[in-house]
Design a protein around this ligand. Structure first.
Ligand code: 0T9
Length: 424
């Protein structure tokens, strides 16, 4: 590895304009998978994702807690379990965070999690991920389990800026988790993060600030992140407090439960607002024991040309060989094809058809701006903005006043039910 190419790379991120594709990174820091694949990280603990469906009144009686609170705790556990996959998996498989491929418009990534348990109570869970926008890059996804009538859907995009040593990243979008048999829904916000270790050739993610989880039953969770050198001094630390509702969250003494520890390792839970003791209190989640379940993806030769691994195959192979010219040529071919497509669309006055997702404008569509909309309802309960502001921005924040746009990407299940070309 030459220090010169790294230095010029650092310079290119110093003048970074938020557009991933403008970064010309040296081959060794390139990942051969695209951001559309990242949607799978939401569901590598499918059992935990589906767990609320299996909590019984008997469990609630035993714990002397309302069943809705036990379900909230289960959702929080699942959410904590997703973080290691989302933010540490590249470091584990590739040695460090690497620059993902920038998905093209219409790129898709699909797969399934097979239920390998004896009782088959989970059933099959499928992943649909689609690049719904290229400028700015936005990925939408749905994780659907028909057997348990459970759908997780969401979308995400980033805005990034470079400080002296780190790349600061704000996430846009959110996730909605629907337990249709239980008539219970959750809104989940995405935390800001920064990429640390760039100057030391060892980029890794550190989460910042907070995530919020709002349950339609009222329960409200705040997850606060800190890295090395903050309150516990350990990397990937968090503290989560669960309240009966948003109002009550204004005083931490109102917390029903407090969870703390490392999301990439172990965390503990205790009743009330005090920080649990890592030696005495009950273990909440241990990421080093509970291994993620990998998504099953079709072999590349059975994939559709729009499927990520097939579309990027030549580029991925070039990255593996580490040949800059090969990478550049393969990428240019793909990008030129995309430019051609956009040009034709412009000539025909047509636009690219999104496959499984729809952009919903909450300003125009009055029908959606009513009490039946899950997103509107949960956002109101949690005092969160419904505008296109960074995920987790409060409704009364000044950032909310600066933005007019109110459009969000939504899963259209019928589109997938009528899907003829893409096999899972
Ligand atoms: C949504 C996730 C997101 C995508 C990635 C910031 C980042 C692109 C966005 C936010 C997922 O649900 C969660 C995980 C990791 C995030 C990526 C980490 C990262 O480094 C990239 C950025 C854009 C870069 O690739 C910069 C180059 C890097 C290797 C620094 C030298």
């Amino acid at each position: 590895m030459s220090a010169a190419t790294w230095t010029s790379f650092i310079k290119s991120i110093a003048s970074y304009n938020g557009d991933l594709s403008s970064l010309t990174a040296p081959p060794f820091i390139l990942s051969s998978s695209s951001l559309t694949e990242f949607s799978q990280y939401w569901s590598e603990h499918v059992d935990l994702l589906l767990e609320p469906n299996f909590i019984t009144e008997e469990d609630a009686n035993k714990k002397k807690e309302p069943i809705e609170l036990l379900r909230m705790l289960a959702v929080v556990k699942w959410f904590i379990s997703t973080l290691k996959s989302q933010y540490c998996s590249r470091n584990e498989t590739l040695g460090s965070e690497k620059k993902p491929l920038n998905p093209f418009l219409g790129e898709i990534f699909v797969g399934k999690w097979i239920d390998s348990s004896n009782d088959q109570k989970l059933g099959e869970t499928i992943l649909l991920s689609e690049q719904v926008s290229h400028h700015p890059p936005i990925t939408a996804y749905a994780v659907e389990n028909k057997k348990n009538n459970t759908i997780l859907e969401g979308y995400n995009g980033i805005r990034a800026s470079m400080s002296t040593t780190a790349l600061n990243v704000k996430q846009f979008g959110h996730a909605l988790l629907e337990f249709r048999n239980l008539n219970e829904n959750y809104l989940i916000t995405l935390p800001p993060l920064h990429i640390e270790g760039i100057l030391a050739f060892n980029p890794y993610v550190e989460l910042e600030q907070k995530s919020f989880i709002q349950s339609s039953a009222g329960y409200y969770a705040i997850i606060e992140y800190s890295g090395k050198g903050y309150f516990s001094g350990k990397k990937n630390s968090f503290k989560c407090r669960i309240f009966s509702n948003f109002e009550n969250s204004k005083k931490k003494e109102n917390a029903l439960y407090t969870i703390s520890g490392q999301w990439s390792e172990k965390s503990t839970i205790a009743k009330g607002h005090s920080t649990p003791s890592s030696s005495k209190d009950e273990i909440f989640f241990d990421a080093s024991i509970e291994k993620p379940q990998q998504l099953t993806v079709k072999p590349i030769d059975e994939q559709h040309p729009l499927e990520s691994q097939k579309a990027w195959l030549e580029v991925a192979n070039a990255i593996k060989v580490g040949d800059y010219d090969l990478i550049h040529n393969a990428k240019s071919k793909l990008e030129n094809n995309q430019r051609e497509l956009r040009k034709k669309e412009e000539e025909n006055n047509s636009k690219w058809n999104r496959r499984w997702f729809d952009e919903v404008d909450y300003k125009i569509d009055e029908n959606l701006n009513n009490e039946n909309d899950i997103f509107i309802n949960l956002s109101k309960m949690a005092n969160l903005s419904i505008k296109n502001v960074p995920s987790g921005v409060e409704a009364d924040s000044s950032k909310n006043k600066e933005v007019e746009l109110m459009s969000h990407w939504r899963f259209v299940p019928e589109n997938f039910d009528n899907e003829k070309e893409i096999k899972i």
